[in-house]
Write a new protein. Structure first.
Length: 201
């Protein structure tokens, strides 16, 4: 496998791979992603990304960040929400336990509604928070714990680390959204809720 170009990444699965596809039955392709003629669908790869953003292959962590970064350049998300590695020759699905990336650092310029917030991922990608790259927050219904995400190109998400989330909260403001009080942050002229406020009595 060449480590210098995504064009030479091989995703080929050996015989007896764990995708569970019976012999002679073609694996299901990614939903909503048009593959080019000649691209082979490999099925489910023996690869996963855990909740901490660590990539594993055949049960072991991939130790080389350069190789992980190379894989990350061909990561796609289909309309079903599944994650795929898609090279010019092959496409294979991998398991992602939460989000494939982490947002590990944020920078701020300006203030108020016109301020610009940018984030760096654990793969060193820089993303500006705007209408095309929003922040969304899931709230656990049992614990009320927030899980904040940065939505990147193609619907791929980065889990915002706790330290960065606390930085966002420190910049937060109250805003009325259609009669519903919300607490959130401004970036690129857009307001992104981090949580809803309890009604004042």
């Amino acid at each position: 496998m060449s480590k210098n170009s995504a064009e030479h990444i091989s995703l080929s699965l050996p015989t007896g791979s764990p995708d569970g596809t019976p012999v002679g039955i073609a694996p299901v392709p990614p939903k909503g992603i048009a593959l080019k003629p000649g691209q082979v669908v490999c099925g489910d790869l023996d690869m996963r990304i855990d909740r901490a953003g660590v990539w594993h292959y055949q049960g072991s962590p991939i130790g080389r960040k350069e190789l992980v970064r190379l894989f990350s350049t061909v990561l796609r998300r289909d309309e079903a929400g599944d994650y795929w590695l898609i090279t010019p020759a092959e496409a294979g699905r991998l398991k992602v336990e939460d989000a494939p990336f982490l947002a590990v650092e944020m920078t701020l310029s300006g203030s108020g509604p016109d301020q610009i917030i940018s984030m760096r991922t654990n793969m060193d990608a820089l993303v500006t928070v705007d209408s095309g790259h929003p922040i969304r927050v899931d709230i656990d219904t049992e614990t009320s714990e927030p899980s904040p995400y940065l939505v990147m190109d193609g619907g791929i998400e980065a889990l915002i680390t706790r330290a960065v989330y606390y930085e966002l909260v420190s910049l937060g403001q109250e805003q009325d959204l259609e009669g519903d009080g919300a607490f959130g942050i401004w970036s690129s002229g857009c307001f992104f809720p981090l949580g809803h406020l309890e009604p004042r009595l």
